[in-house]
Design a protein around this ligand. Structure first.
Ligand code: MOS
Length: 726
């Protein structure tokens, strides 16, 4: 039945995007709109002593200057959704405390953006400032997350080979093209927001809780997202500020964060210090691994991310102990960023494995193959599918791994030292309950709707493919809509679960619609299909026909018109198994070739290859966007991205895209992705294991390992800078 699933269909919304007709949050026109500009704290910790709003409030066009002194007290009802961290979220403009540099301390609302910007510059705030706590090493920590199996310390002590290695990963910011933005409009006690979000229901619940209104009084709209990478999964202070400003002024308010403000208060990948102790026998069989890590969180919330899993299940390691501690600092709360937790853990584990391979004079791929587990070593469950071995061996062949020389620094090209690196990765397959509405019309087209999001993976397109196949329609006859909290419920658009969850609901809805139509046909005496077995009817391009006698049949259009039914409609749903008997992960092997100019400390990635075991690939063209995009992100993590904080006041000194470096075209020459063919039936009805996160896991260590192979220099701090290599 698959005509479109599995094929490289171009984005159905591509034309809208390239012609500028796709409306991102700040593009929506709302009658009577006014503009808000946030004023951020210029100290990293302390309290506001006084705010002079007079000069700002007196400016022409300024409608309101709202601070904690005049803002209405907001209910901030308890709300602990799945994506809200432990702790108490920032109650914005509700008290005089300053918890991090850049914390919103005032908002200016004006008839024009220019007037609001000018007004914001005139708000004078004085503080009682204290030195902020910003040191990951020196500060105290929250209750650690721990794990143990076997006797890791004993096994490590008696291992034939022992390595103790400390790695550091810098803080990274998401830096999506589209800035966070919110437009809020109240009609009585009903609130509509156009918001850049990966989780419509999350934003809806958050706003309902903050303003003390019923959930269904809040509607969230977000049809397009210009990149998000995880920091659209929860609602940040500016969303509340927009709604608060709209309530105070009685006008619809648009608030767009500036590029600089995107570094203060909409999340980041936390910095880590991570020590790994690895014990193995002389043949490279791992006996013990001990993980000790500290990472940043805010003073008011405990960020959590899945940093544990890889250390427990990637390799057959009998003895494992883990201690992960979040350290409360005077920073805003971190959040999930592409392969959250896993990407950082992979940098450590996959670098450590490379160091072990070097120590043992083993090929890094051979070392990994020797430690492949038969079953999930953490849960004891069988893997639904695990083809990491194949990812590594196919990758080695496709990449030309045999050309790698084991001795570092032994391959040169002019003044460049050439190095090859590899790293493995995995990411668990998440699935969540989802619903989708489908309506097959007498015009022969279908409308499918779900409250999903599309931050870039191509949800519009992939869902169109699934619906077209399930109904036997052409792509042009399918219209898929998403991005509105009034549409059927789906899980957050994160953790690589949209395809498996929403896709399964769409497939279920459309399967049922097709069956309904076929049932109507075979039971209608006027239908050419009357009396035949419904199982013998196939649908192609909207034409129902008998499998063995294709001339016999009719179209959906003919059937519904004759029956005088304008449409058939229903809601399909998907619920993941309550308890799976299988361990389900997507896997990746990433290969990198770098050239290093050792005189200048310059690293150039020459090419990369990723080989993925992600189950069925619904659309290889969209999948390439994910995989190649993650390689770009991973190159950034490995070589460039580094949020730098001034420890005197908590100011981020490179809060702009000139100083916060991300890879550009010249940094990413030749990237290629290969997907192992297959499908994981245990993962769900569509057989997908999720792709968007796993593609990021392993990119940074592949680059770091290649740098070592090129130079013999092991840099354990990300990003690997020129200074570190000189
Ligand atoms: Mo992804 S970090 O769950 O958007």
């Amino acid at each position: 039945m698959n005509r479109f699933v599995g094929t490289p269909v171009s984005r159905v919304d591509g034309e809208l995007k390239v012609t500028g007709r796709a409306l991102y949050t700040a593009d929506h026109h709302v009658e009577g709109i006014v503009h808000a500009v946030v004023v951020g704290s210029t100290v990293g910790r302390g309290r506001i002593r006084a705010i002079d709003i007079g000069p700002a409030a007196g400016q022409p066009g300024v409608l309101a200057v709202i601070t904690h002194l005049n803002a209405p007290r907001l209910p901030y009802r308890d709300y602990h959704g799945p994506l809200v961290p432990v702790g108490e979220r920032l109650h914005v403009l509700q008290d005089e405390q300053v918890r991090f540099f850049g914390q919103p301390v005032a908002v200016v609302v004006a008839e024009t953006l220019e007037a609001a910007q000018h007004g914001a510059g005139l708000v004078a705030v004085t503080y009682d400032a204290q030195p902020p706590a910003l040191d990951l090493a020196a500060s105290s920590s929250n209750q650690p997350i721990t794990y143990a199996r076997g006797d890791a310390d004993g096994a490590f002590a008696s291992s034939e080979t022992r390595l103790e290695l400390t790695y550091r990963a810098a803080r990274n910011h998401h830096n999506a093209i589209e800035p966070h933005a919110t437009t809020a409009r109240w009609e009585g006690d009903r609130l509509t927001v156009w918001d850049k979000t990966q989780y419509l229901v999350g934003a809806q619940n958050e706003l309902a809780a903050v303003f003390g209104v019923p959930t269904d009084a809040v509607r969230v709209i977000c049809p397009f997202i210009g990149g998000a990478f995880g920091n659209g999964l929860r609602s940040w202070p500016h969303v509340v500020i927009a709604a608060l400003a709209a309530r105070v002024t009685g006008r619809p308010v648009k608030l767009v964060l500036t590029r600089r403000q995107l570094y203060f208060g909409v999340g980041f990948r936390p910095a880590y210090t991570y020590t790994a102790r690895v014990g193995s026998d002389r043949r490279g069989r791992l006996s013990a691994m001990i993980h000790d890590a500290r990472f940043e969180t805010s003073s008011y919330e405990q960020h959590g991310e899945s940093v544990q899993a890889l250390g427990q299940m990637l390799y057959e390691t009998p003895h494992v102990r883990q201690v992960f501690q979040s350290v409360p600092l005077d920073v805003s709360t971190p959040t999930w960023m592409r392969g959250p937790g896993y990407s950082t853990a992979a940098f450590v584990i996959e670098s450590a494995l490379d160091e072990l391979a070097h120590e043992l004079r083993l090929d890094p791929i051979e070392l990994r193959l020797r430690n492949e587990p038969a079953d999930d070593p953490a849960s004891g469950m069988p893997f639904s599918t695990r083809r990491l071995r194949e990812c590594l061996t196919v990758g080695a062949r496709e990449f030309g791994w045999h050309r790698r020389r084991a001795r570092p620094g032994s391959t040169t090209d002019g003044h460049w030292s050439i190095g090859f690196g590899v790293a493995a990765g995995a990411y668990h397959t998440l699935r969540g309950a989802a619903q989708a509405y489908a309506r097959l019309t007498a015009g022969g087209t279908v409308l499918v709707q779900a409250g999903a999001s599309d931050m870039g993976p191509g949800t519009y397109t992939s869902m169109t493919q699934v619906a077209a196949d399930a109904l036997g329609l052409n792509l042009d006859d399918v219209r898929f809509e998403l991005g509105d909290s009034t549409l059927p419920r789906v899980p957050p658009h994160g953790g690589s679960q949209t395809m498996a969850s929403v896709g399964s609901a769409v497939q279920s809805a459309c399967d049922q619609l097709r069956k309904q139509a076929v049932t109507f046909a075979v039971s209608d005496p006027r239908s050419p299909l009357h009396g035949v077995n419904p199982d013998d009817v196939v649908v192609r391009a909207g034409h129902m026909r008998l499998r063995n006698d294709p001339k016999r049949g009719e179209t959906y259009q003919q059937l519904l018109t004759r029956l005088n039914r304008p449409h058939l409609e229903l809601i399909g749903s998907y619920a993941p198994p309550q308890q799976s008997r299988f361990s389900t992960y997507a896997y990746a092997a990433t290969f990198a070739e770098v050239a290093v100019d050792v005189r200048l400390g310059l690293v150039r990635v020459r090419r990369m290859l990723g080989v993925y075991d992600a189950g069925r690939i619904v659309n290889p063209k969209l999948a390439d966007s994910q995989a190649l995009g993650a390689m770009v992100g991973g190159i950034g993590m490995a070589l460039l991205e580094h949020t730098v904080t001034d420890h005197r006041d908590g100011r981020i000194v490179n809060a702009n895209l000139a100083d916060y470096l991300v890879p550009v075209n010249a940094d990413v020459p030749d990237l290629r992705a290969v997907y192992l063919e297959g499908s994981d039936e245990e993962a769900g009805p569509i057989g997908v294991k999720g792709l968007g996160e796993v593609v990021m896991v392993g990119v940074a260590p592949a680059v770091a390992n290649a740098v070592f192979n090129a130079t013999g220099r092991r840099v354990r701090d990300l990003p690997i800078t020129a200074e570190a290599l000189l």
